[in-house]
Design a protein around this ligand. Structure first.
Ligand SMILES: Nc1ncnc2c1ncn2[C@@H]1O[C@H](COP(=O)(O)OP(=O)(O)OP(=O)(O)O)[C@@H](O)[C@H]1O
Ligand SMILES: [Mg+2]
Length: 266
């Protein structure tokens, strides 16, 4: 698919709910459905997404920020515009595989404001998104990314929750904050992850979702393969196609692309 601007899919939610697992599987399906260029952005300073995608990232945007801020940085011409410098540097640290590209945000360890990294990331998304058909952002836990407005102009925001009342409440808080900050999402959906087969529990959860007013795009079952893969560090994108969570995320993915694209997505 040729498009001027990449579709942005952001995955947010409370810590440990499964954001990285779901973002990884979405990238797997993007590749399988033939998205020409998909970019994965790991916006979580703890950086797990590259490893669940089976990719090694050596440098993060946080590292670049350090380099640009460092007075010892003499590699670039003084009159190179900062925008160009940032673009050059981001290109340098982006890991490209045949399926997708991966970029990690990392953390700024030194002086300066973490917001600068967000500014750089936003700049990157704004100016270079034409190179990619889809950008998937694995957000950090909680509401931080929203309050810093990293994920504005998102086409689809998936808010992942564990199968608990508290998780659903947090998901609702994320949606409400997004609206309060006037962050533009075309679609914002709840994903209930790690759902057990128990029908009574499922019914109770669906009732809670209905009461919350959130739109549920799908549920993802508790999948022992994910635990097993994570235990020994096997990339999540290598899960077999018939693994329970993979089947469920595929259905969610198809709903997302069905909403974002009128006909054949790629
Ligand atoms: N559907 C599932 N079935 C079984 N285990 C799962 C499932 N989804 C996620 N997990 C497990 O839950 C844990 C958290 O998953 P993950 O790292 O994707 O969450 P996260 O929201 O990205 O966490 P963090 O907030 O720390 O970034 C992992 O140990 C993972 O193996
Ligand atoms: Mg994560």
């Amino acid at each position: 698919m040729k498009s001027d601007k990449a579709k942005i899919i952001a995955v947010a939610g409370k810590g440990g709910t499964g954001k990285t697992v779901i973002a990884s599987l979405i990238l797997k399906f993007l590749a399988e459905y033939g998205a020409e260029r998909a970019l994965a952005i790991d916006a979580d300073p703890a950086s797990c997404l590259p490893s669940t995608l089976g990719v090694k990232v050596n440098k993060t945007i946080g590292d670049i920020r350090e380099e640009i801020a460092s007075p010892s940085q003499v590699f670039f011409s003084e009159d190179m515009p900062t925008d160009m410098l940032i673009e050059y540097k981001i290109d340098e640290i982006t890991v490209n595989t045949p399926q997708f590209s991966v970029l990690a945000m990392g953390r700024s360890e030194g002086i300066g404001c973490y917001c600068l990294i967000n500014d750089m990331l936003r700049h990157f998304i704004d100016t270079l998104s034409g190179r990619f058909t889809t950008i998937v952002i694995d957000c950090e836990a909680g509401l931080e990314h929203l309050s810093r407005r990293t994920t504005r102009d998102v086409d689809t925001m998936l808010v992942v929750s564990d199968p608990t009342k508290r998780g659903i409440d947090t998901a609702l808080a994320i949606k409400n904050l997004a609206e309060k900050l006037h962050i533009h999402f075309q679609h914002i959906y709840l994903v209930l992850n790690k759902v057990t087969e128990d029908e009574v529990v499922k019914t109770a959860l669906l009732d809670m979702v209905k009461d919350s007013g959130l739109t549920l795009i799908g549920t993802v079952p508790e999948d022992e393969n994910i635990r097993a893969y994570d235990l020994i560090g096997t990339p999540i994108i290598e899960l077999p196609d018939d693994s329970k969570a993979v089947v469920a995320v595929k259905a969610i993915f198809e709903k997302i692309i069905g909403k974002n694209h009128e006909s054949s997505p790629y």
